[in-house]
Write a protein that binds this ligand. Structure first.
Ligand code: WQD
Length: 344
């Protein structure tokens, strides 16, 4: 068994997939989650996939005392992957303080406790949202950080700065900031996947819920963008591929391979796909016809963004491997499994 790793938000969408990959690589995982946007039975599903039940505590990262006790209870935690955060762009506009409190304070608490408990490093979930609409595509890690479009996006920018400032202050903290593009899909076993609360805001859960009949019609937000087919372009990254990038980041921190104390990587495929192309790919992959209509633009949307993942490819030795067809099929199988379980 390799080192003990703390995964905050480990019952969530990306967190749960990452826990499985960490276990597959031999790491011992401790999950904490406040279950604000996930279910405790995800732990059972993780165990079904990996054959190993991760330690799990219901705990909020805002609970400083609780975190302090956790590090004492699970002695020897060597690194943290910090997923736990609020992530709905629209909600963040309505409830900015909730977003600033949750996302900033949870990171601050963890960074504060790391030296005391001799935790070597942290992998932080950042986002391509920090680039806004890039001037050049594909976007590299050196692109300027643009003013955030939402409080959610701003928390990602500020969190990156907090990490850098803490490291600059001389704290014994190593960090990898992973800037995710658009994570989609589910585990090939269909035992874990994305489980949004209420009406989905993101494209894929809305699309699969429409395909299965929970929603009547998918609205495509805009076909008058300056793109080949007029719809927005994104870099859709398979969630298991994304999870694997975290394991590599943890290996890198713990084997002291980092060139700098804070490193940042784009985690994307390097390919841009338009919303309409994605719908097409879904229909081809699954054989299911999708009911959709073009409507007006959604406020705050970036026109087009996709990653230059060269640094992650070369430095981490990581690359996105899954095809878009398999990824969309996995999202569809997950939706079918949810219906089977009577969840959605
Ligand atoms: C993708 C495209 C929509 C829904 C945001 C965050 C990002 C990340 C993921 C964490 C856009 C279009 C969508 C629909 C549509 N954060 N769309 N109809 O906005 O790229 O990224 O979520 O969770 O940090 O910024 O993702 O999936 O909402 O939209 O046409 O019903 O699909 O306009 O072009 P987005 P998304």
């Amino acid at each position: 068994m390799k080192e003990r790793i703390l995964v905050t938000g480990g019952t969530g969408y990306i967190g749960s997939h990452t826990v499985v990959e960490l276990q597959k690589s031999g790491y011992e995982v401790v999950i904490i989650d406040n279950l604000s946007n996930s279910r405790a039975d995800v732990v059972d599903s993780i165990e079904k996939i990996s054959g190993i039940r991760p330690a799990f505590e219901v705990l909020d990262c805002l609970d400083y005392e609780g975190l302090d006790k956790l590090f004492t209870k699970y002695v020897g935690i060597k690194a943290i992957i910090h997923f736990a955060a609020s992530k709905a762009v629209g909600e963040s506009v309505e409830k900015p303080l909730l977003y600033y409190r949750n996302n900033l304070e949870s990171l601050i608490n963890l960074l504060d406790l790391m030296p005391k408990h001799k935790v070597d490093g942290i992998v932080f979930s950042s986002s391509c949202t920090v680039y806004g609409q890039p001037d050049e595509l594909p976007v590299t890690e050196h692109a300027p950080i643009k003013k955030a479009e939402s409080p959610y996006g701003n928390t990602k920018q500020i969190c990156e700065e907090i990490v850098r400032d803490v490291v600059t202050s001389g704290a014994p903290v190593n960090a990898v900031l992973l800037r995710y593009f658009n994570p989609i899909g589910a585990h090939p076993t269909a035992l874990i996947g994305e489980l949004p609360n209420g009406v989905p805001q993101n494209l894929i859960p809305y699309l699969t819920q429409t395909a299965i009949g929970i929603r009547e019609q998918l609205s495509v937000f805009g076909d008058d963008y300056n793109t080949p087919d007029g719809s927005c372009i994104r870099d859709f990254i398979n969630v298991v591929d994304l999870a694997k990038a975290h394991v590599i980041a943890i290996d890198r921190i713990l084997t002291k391979k980092q060139k700098e104390q804070v490193e940042v990587f784009n985690i994307g495929t390097g390919r841009g796909l338009s919303v309409l192309e994605l719908i097409n790919a879904f229909e081809t992959a699954t054989g299911v016809k999708l009911n959709y209509k073009i409507v007006g633009r959604r406020a705050g949307d970036i026109e087009q963004v996709w990653a230059d993942p060269t640094i992650a490819n070369n430095v981490l030795g990581w690359r996105a491997e899954e095809t878009i067809e398999d990824t969309l099929l996995s999202a569809w199988n997950w939706q079918l499994k949810l219906r089977e379980k009577g969840i959605q």
